[in-house]
Design a protein around this ligand. Sequence first.
Ligand SMILES: N[C@@H](CCC(=O)N[C@@H](CS)C(=O)NCC(=O)O)C(=O)O
Length: 222
Amino acid sequence: MIVLHTMERRYPWGTLRSTFSSKTKVVLEEKGLAYRVERVRIGDVWKKVPEVLAKNPLGKVPWIDDGDITVYDSSVINEYLNDRYPEPPLLPADPVARARARALENYADEIILSVHVPKIWMPWWSPPDQRDEQEMDKARTELRERALPFVEERLGGREYLAGDFSLADVPFMSLAMVLQVDGMPLDGLPNVAAYLERLRRRPSYRAIDPRTSLEESAGREA
Ligand SMILES: N[C@@H](CCC(=O)N[C@@H](CS)C(=O)NCC(=O)O)C(=O)O
């Protein structure tokens, strides 16, 4: 059984999960694979303890163990899962369409999940009185005005970013999770707002839904 190493924690305002690990959880769910979650201590990740570095030299989550193979980095893991467990395919067949899907996935990772989302998501892992609301508001404005207009335009009349649901949409499942907790308004971004709602209705979202407890999202039987 595949083991997903991740950070997840229960708070009064929901179960919070690592955004990058949630990408991998969604792919495991979409593929119908058997897996279990192993929660890594948050302090061990921040301190980069040797046990974490031995599994992922970046000192981050996620990584997976698939039998005796360890794979780290959410995008690399998701490509590995899609190659090794091809059904259902999560990339288009045509090479050009595949490249476009990967480019959109990369945009979401590099700009949305790496730059803007942490400034909104990390404070939710602290008590309310320790959050800098002004900084959070600044990050919300930047996400709305700088990063999401490109996604709004790309979506146009489409249901998903690259044909059927694909790896390009997977990081946006994590964004859907973050904004469910944060409740940031998406004024002027109707395509993005409808798209995130569509993503939340996918059965795989349940495994990262902030309303789903740790116990109910600890893995799945094949
Ligand atoms: N490119 C990596 C990024 C992973 C990442 O930044 N994970 C966060 C949690 S969502 C983490 O472990 N942060 C701890 C740190 O940066 O020290 C991936 O896609 O897996």
